[in-house]
Design a protein around this ligand. Structure first.
Ligand code: CAA
Length: 283
């Protein structure tokens, strides 16, 4: 199964990072989004992040130029019909993802592998609504994509070995490392990371510590590169809440109850870095 062209759906935080690393590894990338503005911003951000890698001598100027030349953008989702592997990295809402797959399916080559960068939604359920559950799986990158070494590869119940091997080969070509997860709520990384972040929010909610003390405690006391509240702002509080809800609903255990303070922040539109305000103020 030769993979040369990769389609990325969604030019947001994750989608632009995925396009960046795929192009740098030599793949032709077709990046799509419903908004021209999002595509323009993604291109500028990829350029800036590649420039940062050139200035740190991680890549050469020529590699940057070649990578940028491998990325095309389109607002027409159906243009992705000619690609060999599609990574959906749209909003973390199941209805949005399903609508994208529905629009895409009639235009895909039969052998095209369809994947989702979902951080928590059931791969088996997403796959069951497509015509290719055996060629569907989870391809989950970590943020910031150009920096983080891990990709979580998630098999749905029907994913075949050929599909899994093809995705593993892509991860290897990226120079990243894969951890394999079976399809249970939030897989491995978020099953462990999100309850820790949620607990940090409870620690704030119950007055055990201030934002500053909680983050300092975990940075210096547990050697985390970022405190859990700064990390929550970085990931996006709406995404954190969505993942806690998937854990709570899917595992039916009160230990996954989202902290009321997290819910309140999301209701206020305080979503972290992307909205300018979360546990910290970025305005
Ligand atoms: N593109 C390219 N390079 C980037 C980058 C980007 N977007 N962002 C940072 N970098 C590079 C910097 O250039 C720098 O490179 P050098 O090591 O060569 O100097 C390096 O990354 C570190 O960056 P900074 O010096 O700017 O800042 P830092 O040392 O504070 O690191 C960080 C920033 C990498 C984000 C670090 O704080 C970190 O690792 N934080 C934790 C991130 C994390 O846990 N991510 C996972 C979130 S969970 C997830 O994503 C799953 C999910 O589904 C929710």
């Amino acid at each position: 199964m030769g993979i040369e062209q990769i389609g990325v759906v969604g030019a947001g935080q994750m989608g632009n990072g995925i396009a960046h690393v795929m192009a740098l590894a030599g793949y032709e990338v077709l990046l799509t989004d419903i908004s021209d503005e999002a595509l323009k911003e993604a291109r500028e951000l990829i350029d800036a992040n590649l420039t940062r890698q050139v200035s740190r001598e991680k890549i050469s100027e020529a590699e940057k130029t070649e990578a940028l030349a491998r990325i095309s953008t389109t607002r027409t989702l159906t243009d992705l019909g000619r690609t060999d592997l599609i990574i959906e990295a749209a909003t973390e809402r199941e209805t949005v993802k399903q609508a994208i797959f529905e629009d895409l399916l009639p235009h895909l080559k039969p052998e095209t592998i369809l994947t989702s960068n979902t951080s928590s939604i059931s791969i088996t359920r997403l796959a069951s609504r497509t015509d290719r559950p055996e060629r569907f799986m989870g391809f989950h990158f970590m943020n910031p994509v150009p920096v983080m070494q891990l990709v979580e590869l998630i098999r749905g119940i029907a994913t075949d070995q050929e599909t899994f091997n093809a995705c593993m080969a892509v991860v290897e070509k990226l120079g990243k490392t894969a951890a394999t997860a079976e399809d249970f709520p939030a897989f491995i990384v978020n099953r462990i990371l999100m309850p820790m972040i949620n607990e940090a929010i409870y620690t704030l909610y119950e007055g055990v510590g201030s934002v500053k003390s909680i983050d300092l405690a975990m940075k210096l006391g547990a050697n985390h590169p970022m405190g859990p509240l700064a990390l929550a702002d970085f990931i996006g509080l709406d995404t954190c809440l969505a993942i806690m809800n998937v854990l709570h609903d899917g595992l039916a255990d009160t230990k996954y109850r989202p902290c009321p303070l997290l819910t309140k922040y999301v209701e206020a539109g305080w979503l972290g870095r992307k909205s300018g305000r979360g546990f910290y103020d970025y305005r």
